[in-house]
Design a protein around this ligand. Sequence first.
Ligand SMILES: C[S@@+](CC[C@H](N)C(=O)[O-])C[C@H]1O[C@@H](n2cnc3c(N)ncnc32)[C@H](O)[C@@H]1O
Ligand code: SF4
Ligand code: SF4
Length: 678
Amino acid sequence: MLNPHSAERPPAEDGRRRRSTSRHGWSFIEEARKREIIDALCGGTEAPAGPVHVELDLTDRCNVACYFCNQMDLRTKDAMPFHHVERLLAELVAGGLRSVRLSGGGDPLMYPEIVRVLDLFAEHGVVVDNLTTNAARMGPEVQERLVRHGAREVVVSLNAVDRTDYHRMMRVAPRIFDQVLENVRSLVALRGEGPIPAVTVQFLIDRESYRRLGEMYVLGRFLGADRIAVNPVLDIPNDRLAGAPLLRAGDRQQVRPYLLRALEVDRAGLLHLSFPWEEWNEMVDELRRGLSDGVGRPYPTAASFRGDLDHCFFGWYSAAIRGTGEVYPCCMLMHPAYEPLGTVRDGSFGEVWRGEGFRELRAEMREVFLKNGRLETDRPKRLRPQCVEAGRCGLKSMFFRADETFYRSLGDAMDRARRRELGSGKGWPVTRLGAEVFLYRVRWGIRTRWNRSRQRWRKLRNRRLPFLVRGARIHIGLVERSATGVRDGWVLIGPRGCTWADRTLGVGEPIPYRRAEAIHVERVLEVLLPEHARDFLGRLRDALAEGGVVRIAAVNPALVSVEEEAPPSAVALANWSAAELEAELRAAGFGAVEHLESGRSPRPWLQNLEDHPVGEDSPERPATLVVEAALTRAALEGAKGGSTGGGEASPAPARHSRFHQRSTQSGSPLTSEVVSGR
Ligand SMILES: C[S@@+](CC[C@H](N)C(=O)[O-])C[C@H]1O[C@@H](n2cnc3c(N)ncnc32)[C@H](O)[C@@H]1O
Ligand code: SF4
Ligand code: SF4
């Protein structure tokens, strides 16, 4: 059997051994074989001897029913008979196969003879580079084989963060969630300190769940995962997910704070974020750059990897084979609308590998390479838009891009092929191609520098000259909450990570703005004494421009029993009901008060700001009261004429002068009397 332990990486920052995760078996491929791939790709459409890596989907059956399953239209009762697996494997190994990925179709662990198959791979020296499974049937026998035979990585598609969400996403009894957690824990325990298999816990996020990214991270750590992968649920063909709460490219800004918080706490660099939208990946890169140490970059990239080499060469080195015997270029193109490249049900794999389907695929892939993402036709037969357009398919280079030698040789060979074939007047002058690549790089460079300087300027302006800033957005929070129920000190989820805001302030700090656009106040009022809460509302008013909006999220006293949960002093705090809060806001000079649900707002740029778990509440009795109020001239003038507030009379709402504001803030009673720790 091969020794798959060779690609060890240094220990992670928290001292844990960092396990090497799947690389499509790339580390098992000899340099000579990589050279063959390069020569074949740059030279023409001829096939090398055989694929070095295959995805084998042994069965189409599955034991759960995910609402989003991208295989649902392919679902049959088919499974590859064991003797077919034996025959196929012998042929593939003779052609140079080094590694497999077991995924689905359905779930690989639904294959009745999965244990025999794992033994068979080991006998042939083929490494299971990756097993992707829902893990509900990952019992002791399978776990033992995975560890003993040196499977490289097990990806557990957990997808959800608790039983309820598991039930929503996977549409099975919630108790299966517990079973999966148990199976993952016991696999991690069985592996012990051994280097493999690396365990990846994967979550899929949609509009219902992205706010729970922090909890997903915590659960992944709790299970002992070596990598925590987060991907969005993607649309699947045939409108099967119409009406589902899928995230779209335009939801980027809403998700941003949650991504940042997860990245911030990911000191060990376990988080793997990958999106099918270029702007999202750029945003993740930018967030990582903003974090001083830049930890957690999932896929290192070699210096010789160039944008014009970021194209797919799967046709020369890999194939995906379904339980029905049909062959596809990769798992991403395995759907009913895609005509398979051939079938191995009745014939040999070699016929398909050298057959017309693969030849057409290679011809199109080669053209994409040579012309750097441009095809003569807009309707290629074998490729799909994600195979041609930049940044749409992460799979095509993610596992190899760190390979310096490979990309250096590929770059040289491709440059020669381009000069040879395109520079000879065949319709694409090399000078034009060169100019395009050059311009692309210049544009990218300018954009990155521009974004960085803009960020620096915004930071500087907000720190040094806040009173001059028009339209700032401010977040005011209380303390960082540590995630409870899990080991202490791992995760802090708090206002620190609020990227929506230009400035994040603690409740006791001065608010050095005069013309802010919006202030988001989270879980603050209920820990202030009423007179301090009123003073605080006055300070919010003073910091806003006319037309500015304050959004307040506070504990609903109707749901939380103050007497039971808070110290005795807290009963005197400003635990205002919705009506009282509205009256206090009006008294402070705010008009147009609106009561809203957590995360919702008529102003799109104020949506999804609260990240408190929704818990046991309901729309009639929400755990969090959310109110938005605008600073209107009419309300201000009305308030000057007399307080409409409930409770004690509010101080006059006239604006403080800047100097007055400063002097009162420096000795603000809020600073010393905030009741923290709730
Ligand atoms: C089709 S499944 C098959 C293997 C196994 N049954 C499982 O779920 O892990 C392969 C991977 O695709 C992911 N997947 C399925 N449908 C998806 C979708 N619509 N969007 C994003 N990922 C999806 C699954 O979560 C899983 O990680
Ligand atoms: S577990 Fe995998 S194959 Fe089964 S329904 Fe879910 S995504 Fe599809
Ligand atoms: S570009 Fe992506 S989707 Fe297209 S064939 Fe390659 S791996 Fe598959």
